[in-house]
Design a protein around this ligand. Structure first.
Ligand SMILES: [Ca+2]
Ligand SMILES: [Ca+2]
Length: 427
């Protein structure tokens, strides 16, 4: 180091040192405790549970408060009244959150609020809780509706839905209903279904099938799943891009509606729907008359599973829809399914701008998921899979999937289908 550079170096460091001393002293000499208090506030948080059907005790819940600017945080534990005070907090933006699992009732309790604390403010806040009972039942683990990226070798012929036993006991697939909810396409309609019908009480479906069986024919162990494929066929075979195609030949159940449609003098598609005699077929129960095979809406299906002891298959409606100002009116014959019977549902939308076109009520899915928020393209091989609830899985010592009735939170988009991918999951 020559003399000039050494001088520059020393000057720089002396300057930094002086700056540090000035800042340090101003911090302490310039700010009295009194002034500090001017930049403090307090927050009183009261937990509130507005869901009367899901009662939870308020005690012993850890509530976190995090400054969203510097990520500093504090936490406190509620007493039975569900109230907490955070005193002498610096002003700023905060997130208040909590997450609690109650193993004894299989409930998850969450709450989240974002607030901005002003100088000397005593803020009093209600923190609404979301209480969700961990499903002791089947959940939809995967919906694969978009077709593979194999150069339209397969088209949509490889669609499947996978249903997972999220409970801690053996469940039976026997008699389970699977339905695909209807929504008109935006090309031919300017009004979503929800503007004509109350979608909270009933779900309007275009396709309905039932798993056969006498009650105990198809046991599914906890943490295991079963697959219902449109065609139980190996689409990798003779495919120029087998890495993008899937093998559905080991599906548990298969859709086959050609005969059913022909018996009703309706058009059937033998190109899209064929029958593997080695795989048990589901029982077709209802198809919107224009459907020629059991195609889950390729631009975003709303899938539900449910049980019903005495389902009324004549509970139809004729839904008329069209473009505003157009004389052309379309009709769809739809079946009403009572929402209260639904075990699980997944709302998939073609993009994130069309929430009013949701097909499922908020009590079944209070959000939605898109393959691509900017607009889905067909034949991408993408699939929609339910995420693992790692916290609950570790706590209960078994594989548990997310189920907060909110697809945005519970589901994820994956680049390739993952049939039975959780069978050997380790946590
Ligand atoms: Ca088939
Ligand atoms: Ca078959």
């Amino acid at each position: 180091m020559n003399i000039k550079r050494l001088n520059n170096y020393l000057n720089l460091h002396v300057a930094q040192l002086i700056l540090s001393i000035v800042l340090f002293s101003s911090l302490f000499s310039g700010c009295s405790l009194e002034q500090d208090e001017n930049f403090m506030g307090s927050i009183h948080v009261q937990l509130v549970n507005s869901d009367k059907s899901e009662q939870v005790p308020f005690d012993n819940i850890v509530v976190n408060i995090t400054n969203t600017t510097d990520n500093s945080s504090r936490s406190a534990i509620t007493d039975a009244s569900g109230s907490i005070n955070f005193n002498t907090l610096p002003v700023g933006a905060y997130e208040i959150s909590l997450f609690k699992l109650r193993p004894e009732t299989m409930q998850t309790i969450t709450g989240n609020l974002k607030i901005s604390l002003q100088p000397q403010q005593d803020m009093v806040l209600d923190l609404p809780l979301q209480v969700v009972s961990q499903t002791n039942d089947f959940v939809i683990k995967e919906v694969y509706h978009n077709g593979p990226a194999d150069g339209t070798e397969t088209w949509f012929k490889d669609q499947f839905i996978e249903i997972f036993n999220n409970s801690n006991e053996t469940l039976y697939a026997d008699g389970l209903y699977i339905a695909s909810a209807f929504e008109s396409d935006r090309e031919s309609s300017s009004q979503p279904l929800s503007q004509q019908f109350n979608l909270e009480e009933n779900i309007y479906v275009e396709l309905l099938e039932r798993i056969p069986g006498n009650g105990t024919d198809y046991p599914i162990s906890p943490g295991k799943s079963f697959i219902v494929a449109l065609n139980a066929f190996n689409f990798k075979a003779d495919n120029p891009r087998p890495e993008k195609a899937i093998d559905n030949s080991s599906a548990d159940f298969e859709r086959y509606t050609v005969k059913w449609l022909e018996e009703r003098s309706l058009d059937a598609s033998m190109f899209f729907d064929f029958d593997n005699p080695d795989v048990t077929n589901t029982i077709p129960l209802f198809m919107e008359p224009r459907r020629q095979f059991w195609l889950m809406n390729a631009y975003g299906p709303g899938m539900i599973i449910f049980r019903h002891d005495n389902l009324d298959l004549d509970n139809h409606i004729i839904y008329k829809y069209g473009k505003a100002g157009s004389t052309l009116v379309h009709e769809a014959n739809l079946l009403k399914i009572p929402t209260s019977n639904v075990i699980d549902g997944v709302e998939i939308l073609a993009n994130s701008q069309i929430q009013e076109w949701k097909k499922l009520p908020s009590s079944v899915d209070d959000s939605y998921i898109c393959l691509n928020p900017d607009g889905q393209k067909p034949y991408t091989s993408q699939s929609i899979r339910r995420k693992v609830n790692t916290e609950a899985s570790e706590l209960f010592g078994r594989l548990i999937l997310m189920d907060s009735n909110s697809s945005n939170h519970d589901m994820e988009v994956i680049p390739l289908p993952d049939p039975r991918g959780y069978d050997n999951f380790e946590f």
